[in-house]
Design a protein around this ligand. Structure first.
Ligand SMILES: [Zn+2]
Length: 465
């Protein structure tokens, strides 16, 4: 983890930046904007309120799956805080969200020995009959391996023991492996399996399974699907290789209830010259129903909140409106992002940018940008303001899920890019708690979000689309 420089050297560096002639696309970043961005960064690096608020919210309400009372109670608490901060236009914009509930669940190995296996049902999975499903096990390494052994799958519980791709960087490794979580149930059901189990999509484990959304299709029978830890997946695989007969009982009470009401939480710092032009800064409040959702994505949502609260505290008045959006239902539906798109369709032409943090609030490297080459050039000039915290990376790359629907309409998108080495240790697991959040890293994330949002909102001209 890179060490933060002393405050003195940050100030010296920032002074040099102030004096340097800089160009954002075709336009210079005015000295007043640069000076205010510098003040914001200094304030963020001393910030303690966001950490305490995140701790209080996660300690008090715990995890926040769509449809849960804890999500809505956490949103009420956040709305109260936004009003107390003096934000303008504080509101919850209604959206209906999926409502899946886990219920009680268990997995038991009977042969070659009787023992419980730690498991987590996957989000959206159907349940089992009340007595559970008891069946022998077929372990496969991949979808191709399942095809090769299709004749042996009928009536079995299929375990996909597909290791996380640690030869790739963490996000690419995740994307290469998460197909088993998404498609495992359908693939297993197509060859006659009665249930499916996946090796968790995790890059490290202390026998800690990870959940996440799964999918069914309209033409294949829906079978229950759960995740187990790396350790237990490897054990069952070894048992099969030795020719030891294995049988498991899977019990899951999971069910999908009717859609439930939820909200995107919205608050604004209204622009001083172009109040109708909007910079969205965001993260999502909902989480999976295990752990406390501190990393995914309480930290991102609260970084967005604190970035703008600091502007208010410093008395900054950017030319355009900065709109904090704390999304609902990123994890198992994306209804928050789509709902915002539909509700704000008429004003998307005046959306200058959409920023989201949803890779954890680890040490920031900069941002991934989704937009035009001219937009990227302007964004790269802004990123130089983050040199004091070594977060100047600004490269084309994928945006986050919630802002996706408005970015596809042409709004330039920014995703906070962080050191995600540890992200898939905790992601969607019981381990996602405040203990993951490093205070200094979180402060730098708040600083990066604040400087980007403020500068985008205060430039003489909006960055090019
Ligand atoms: Zn997330």
């Amino acid at each position: 983890m890179p060490k933060l420089e002393s405050m003195t050297s940050i100030r010296r560096f920032s002074l040099a930046l102030l004096l340097a002639p800089a160009i954002a696309g075709a336009q210079a970043i005015p000295a007043s904007t640069r000076a205010n961005a510098d003040k914001l960064l200094t304030a963020a690096l001393a910030d303690t309120l966001a950490w305490h608020r995140l701790a209080e919210m996660t300690d008090t309400y715990g995890n926040r799956l769509s449809g849960s009372a804890s999500l809505e109670h956490a949103m009420d608490w956040i709305l109260t805080g936004l009003k107390a901060d003096g934000f303008a236009n504080v509101r919850g914009e209604p959206v209906m969200v999926p409502h899946w509930v886990r219920g009680a669940e268990s997995l038991t190995l009977h042969t070659p020995r009787e023992t419980p296996i730690v498991m987590l049902g996957l989000g959206g999975s159907v349940g089992t009959p009340a007595g559970g499903i008891t069946a022998p096990v077929l372990v496969v390494k991949s979808f191709d391996d399942l095809t090769a052994h299709a004749a042996q799958a009928k009536g079995k519980i299929v375990l996909f023991d597909a290791p996380f791709r640690t030869d790739l960087d963490p996000m690419a490794g995740y994307e290469a492996t998460v197909v088993y979580r998404g498609n495992g149930a359908v693939a297993a059901a197509k060859v006659g399996a009665v249930a499916a189990i996946i090796r968790s999509i995790e890059s490290f484990s202390i026998r800690s399974p990870h959940t996440g959304a799964t999918r069914y299709d309209a033409t294949t029978p829906k079978i229950p699907i759960a995740a187990i830890s790396i350790e237990d997946a490897e054990m069952l695989h070894r048992m099969q290789e030795r020719g030891q007969p294995m049988s498991l009982t899977l019990k899951m009470e999971a069910q999908t209830l009717p859609d439930a009401p939820s909200r995107n939480v919205v608050a604004e710092l209204v622009g001083s010259e172009h109040p109708d032009e909007v910079v969205v800064i965001s993260g999502h409040i909902d989480s999976w129903d295990v752990g406390n959702g501190a990393m995914d994505d309480g930290g991102g949502a609260f970084a967005a909140w604190e970035a703008v609260r600091l502007m208010k505290e410093l008395g900054l008045k950017p030319k355009r409106t900065i709109r904090v959006v704390m999304w609902t239902n990123e994890e198992n539906g994306g209804r928050g992002g789509r709902g915002y798109h539909d509700a704000h369709k008429a004003e998307l032409g005046k959306h200058v940018a959409a920023i989201e943090s949803d890779n954890g609030v680890f040490s920031p490297d900069g941002f991934r940008f989704q937009g035009s080459d001219n937009g990227l050039a302007a964004a790269q000039a802004i990123a130089q303001l983050l040199a004091p915290i070594k977060a100047t990376k600004m490269e084309k790359g994928g945006a986050e899920a919630d802002v996706g629907p408005i970015i596809r309409e042409g709004v330039p998108g920014f995703a906070l890019d962080v050191d995600d080495t540890r992200y898939f240790w905790f992601h969607h697991s019981i381990g996602d708690t405040m203990a993951v959040i490093d205070r200094a890293e979180f402060q730098r994330c708040i600083g990066a979000m604040a400087v980007l949002a403020y500068t985008l909102a205060d430039l003489p001209q909006a960055i090019p689309r």
